[in-house]
Design a protein. Structure first.
Length: 228
């Protein structure tokens, strides 16, 4: 038996040949020289664009002035001290002063209502009427006079001006608000003009659809004056 001995190359020998082949290829491509030159060279900074800054130039401009005041001297602005003027507070005098309200006693209030009902009975039935005792809200503060709702719904028109005529036949215009069943604007003037206070009783007689004749019975009126 003849055995041919063929010696296989070892791994190290094969690796050495492979490295030499790669080295020859790199030298053929001039890669070692290029790599050395790349490592030795320093990177160049990228060029920067010049920064442009805008500058605003200020120029003196002549201000146009009206021909009527062009020759007048320029105004001078300076602080001027002005003494403060203190105005005294105004308070309504007498029975209109809210701090000195006059409140009627139950006796005076009842007495005025009785006298007003007696007066109403003498007016007859030709014209409808009602008695309205005065409360603080009717104669001070808001000056709002509510009227009986049944009377308003049945006899009074919608929002309109109502005329109040006192016992001296002087007329006063008032604003009637049908939705609220009462007198607003104008009632204050009537109340102040007749110096009404809490407890007074008024008789309202409707002489025509927009006119009331008003009679006043004072809560604090002396007995001799009432009898007279």
């Amino acid at each position: 038996m003849v055995a041919s001995s063929c010696k296989q190359p070892s791994y190290e020998e094969f690796r050495r040949k492979r490295v030499e082949e790669n080295k020859k290829r790199m030298e053929a491509l001039n890669l070692p020289t290029l790599a050395k030159a790349f490592h030795n060279s320093s990177p160049k900074p990228s060029p920067m664009k010049p920064r442009i800054t805008s500058r605003l130039e200020k120029h003196a401009v002549v201000v146009r002035r009206s021909g009527r005041i062009a020759n007048n001297p320029s105004p001078v602005y300076k602080e001027i001290l002005v003494d403060r003027i203190f105005m005294p507070k105004r308070y309504s005098s007498g029975r209109r002063d809210l701090l000195n309200r006059v409140y009627a006693s139950d006796k005076d209030r009842t007495h005025a209502i009785d006298k007003a009902e007696q007066l109403e009975s003498t007016l007859g039935t030709d014209y409808p009427s009602f008695v309205r005792p005065m409360l603080p809200s009717h104669v001070t503060g808001g000056f709002w006079l509510g009227l009986p709702s049944y009377f308003c719904k049945k006899l009074l028109p919608k929002d309109d001006l109502l005329t109040l005529i006192d016992e001296n036949d002087e007329e006063y215009q008032t604003v009637y608000l049908a939705g609220k069943h009462g007198l607003s604007g104008g009632w204050r003037g009537f109340s102040i003009a007749h110096d009404l206070v809490d407890g007074d009783a008024l008789v309202f007689q409707l002489t025509n659809p927009t006119t009331f004749k008003v009679y006043i019975v004072r809560a604090n009126e002396p007995e001799d004056a009432q009898e007279a």
